[in-house]
Design a binder for this molecule. Structure first.
Ligand code: ACO
Length: 326
């Protein structure tokens, strides 16, 4: 049986820190409100010129280094992102060039904060179909470039970063056991950026209307996220004839500590089986799951044969889960 193994993980976070105290000087908010409602204490901000492909490049180099392979061996690069350097070319193509991964085909996937899980699932399918052996999957976003720092309901949430995994074809029992992906386009208006596409091409008018920033109904997103993720994690376990006590580590999208805690409670997971780093980075969108996976891996929170549950939820709406036997 062909399986997809994760043979390397990597991440890269910008150096510039924006704390809750800094945000208190920009909008009407408090450190106490942000920590209580979200769990976030600070986030990282990409500098001018520090693009999504720059962050993706560093994360990819770290993942390739751990995997012990060269970029020349990659036959596919898939990047989950909603903040490409520019509409075209894709981040994946820019990254292919930076890495000199000359053999690799490359494309982006836009699935909000679920982008990494979508990319992982597609890569897994390509490998198990038999046509690809070594695939680089990256989740990267620079959401702070499309964040409105006059809107206190969104600007407290987002940070920038990139995470990457190197996947390899394998014949053993371990690897990606299964993934489940979902979308509900009817909820698209709850989290969106109206400007810059074919609906509202950039113009002085779209800039004046602040159309080039994210708009979100956070409370509705919160409730839908909890419900969708609870259903999804229960389904993926039952599809694999597993119960939640088999999970060794939950690595969830770091959007809101209360959402992660609700899923952990539903699965009856003790705190030591739930990986949390939201306090340092906020919601890094597509990058959040692979950054958390890389940190957990480098902190030796993941042992051979451990069962890892990944999940994410984001704009679209999109959501999904994956089960990995390490
Ligand atoms: N500081 C102080 N008060 C605030 C702030 C703030 N930064 N933001 C909102 N408030 C106020 C509101 O105005 C409201 O005041 P009111 O009661 O006088 O009207 C009050 O706080 C409560 O607002 P809610 O929106 O109901 O607060 P909630 O508990 O839902 O928390 C939050 C808001 C943190 C945004 C939460 O809803 C959330 O995390 N939602 C999920 C968001 C998410 O994960 N989005 C990303 C999806 S991924 C992607 O694709 C990018």
């Amino acid at each position: 049986m062909i399986r997809t193994r994760i043979i390397g993980t990597g991440s890269h976070i910008p150096a510039k820190v924006l704390t809750n105290k800094d945000l208190e000087t920009l909008v009407d908010t408090t450190d106490e409100w942000i920590v209580t409602r979200t769990g976030i204490k600070e986030r990282r901000i990409a500098d001018n010129g520090e693009t999504s492909s720059c962050l993706a490049h560093q994360a990819a180099l770290n993942a390739l280094d751990m995997a012990g392979i060269s970029a020349a061996e990659l036959d596919m690069i898939i990047v989950g992102t909603v903040t490409p350097d520019m509409p075209t070319p894709s981040v994946a193509c820019l990254l292919q060039d930076k890495l000199k991964a000359l053999k690799a085909a490359a494309f982006d996937i836009s699935a909000g904060c679920t982008g990494f899980l979508y990319a992982l699932s597609v890569a897994d399918s390509l490998i198990r179909a038999g046509n690809h052996k070594k695939v680089l999957v990256v989740g990267v976003d620079t959401l702070t470039k499309i964040t409105d720092y006059t809107d206190r309901t969104t600007c407290i949430l987002f940070g920038d970063g990139a995470g990457a995994v190197v996947l390899s074809k394998d014949n053993g029992a371990n690897g990606i056991l299964s993934s489940l992906l979902y979308s509900d386009g009817s909820c698209g208006n709850l989290l969106y950026m109206p400007g810059g596409g074919s609906a509202n091409p950039a113009s002085p008018d779209t800039i004046a209307k602040r159309y080039h920033y994210l708009k979100m109904d956070g409370n509705k997103v919160f409730k839908l996220a909890v419900k969708a993720l609870e259903d999804c994690v229960v389904k993926i376990l039952s599809h694999n004839n597993l119960t939640s006590d088999a999970i060794d580590l939950l690595i969830a999208h770091q959007a809101n500590l209360r959402i992660i805690q609700a899923i952990a409670k539903r699965l009856e997971l003790p705190p030591e089986k739930v990986f949390i780093n939201i306090e340092k980075y906020g919601n890094t969108s597509s990058a959040s799951v692979p950054i958390a996976l890389d940190e957990a891996n480098r902190q030796n929170r993941i042992k051979p044969d451990d069962l890892i549950l990944l999940n994410a939820f984001g704009a679209g709406f999109t959501w999904g889960s994956a089960l990995v036997r390490w």
